[in-house]
Write a protein that binds this ligand. Structure first.
Ligand SMILES: NC(=O)c1ccc[n+]([C@@H]2O[C@H](COP(=O)([O-])OP(=O)(O)OC[C@H]3O[C@@H](n4cnc5c(N)ncnc54)[C@H](OP(=O)(O)O)[C@@H]3O)[C@@H](O)[C@H]2O)c1
Length: 249
């Protein structure tokens, strides 16, 4: 029986991915910053562990407690939307700590066991925003584009060792709490700078006028993560969701 360790399982894509892997008969180590009962259906194949990807001690403790893992899904992430001038350096660092350095640190934590067994898959969830420049997303896009870059480099190092690395690039998914969390972070920091107000309004107005905008559903992301984890011939980059597929070269 295979085991998947998934980060950020308290909500959204991580939660749905954990449920799906359990339904497929896998063992799942569902990790959350603050573990809560009742988030996932109870199962003797489920372990819920505390894990904050920004904390090295927390990573070491969770990976040790998890025991042997076959697939790591780096799903934990935070969003941010603002112009460069409206983004505090502290916020840039927070975004990179979670999305970029957290993912890198998790890879480092599981690679010794994968390398020794000459087996294992790492699935890094980034974003389709990395496929096309968009305003207001400089810091977030950079944090995810960096993951694309180091994942593609790592794939070359790890392929000879029998370890597979994959990228899942979801499109915009209004069904998760991701956008709301990013919006409250933005409000907490004073919103958009006044000199950009008209520019920002124009962006939101244009979006509202897009009648049949394509979006991504959590099930699209789950399917892409499953393919990345189980299909030996899956491509390195897997767009997830109709909007992500439309943006893919
Ligand atoms: N929804 C979208 O439109 C979209 C599009 C493209 C890519 N993505 C990416 O997809 C991934 C999942 O997002 P989602 O839409 O499912 O959003 P979500 O519901 O907000 O889930 C994000 C998860 O990450 C966790 N997390 C945040 N910081 C963490 C940390 N330091 N350590 C461990 N876990 C942490 C959150 O846990 P807490 O409950 O503790 O905060 C939460 O479980 C993210 O990497 C995101 O960047 C999302």
């Amino acid at each position: 029986m295979k085991t998947a360790l998934i980060t950020g399982c308290s909500s959204g894509f991580g939660l749905e991915t954990a449920k799906f892997f359990l339904e497929q008969g896998w063992r799942v180590v569902a990790t959350m910053r603050t573990p809560r009962d009742g988030v996932l259906p109870s199962s003797d194949r489920l372990r819920v562990l505390a894990l904050d990807v920004c904390n090295g001690q927390s990573i070491r403790a969770a990976v040790e407690a998890a025991g042997p893992v076959d697939v790591l899904v780096n799903n934990a992430g935070i969003g941010w939307m603002n112009v460069v001038e409206g983004t505090l350096m502290e916020t840039v660092r927070d975004i990179f700590e979670t999305n970029t350095f957290g993912t890198f640190a998790m890879m480092q934590a599981v690679l010794p066991q994968f390398r020794e067994r000459r087996d294992g898959v790492i699935v890094n969830v980034t974003s389709a925003v990395t496929l096309k420049p968009l305003p207001l997303l400089s810091a977030y896009t950079a944090s995810k584009a960096a993951v694309n870059a180091f994942t593609e480099s790592a794939a070359l190092e790890l392929e000879p060792l029998g370890v597979r690395v994959r990228l899942v690039l979801p499109g915009r998914s209004p069904e998760t709490s991701f956008g709301d969390t990013a919006r409250s972070r933005l409000q907490g920091q004073g919103g958009f700078p006044a000199p950009y107000a008209d520019f920002v309004r124009g962006i939101f107005d244009a979006r509202e006028q897009q009648a049949d905008e394509k979006v991504t559903h959590p099930a699209d992301v789950v399917a892409a993560v499953w393919q990345a984890a189980t299909d030996l011939s899956s491509p390195l980059r897997l767009p997830a969701g109709a909007d992500a597929v439309a943006l893919s070269p």
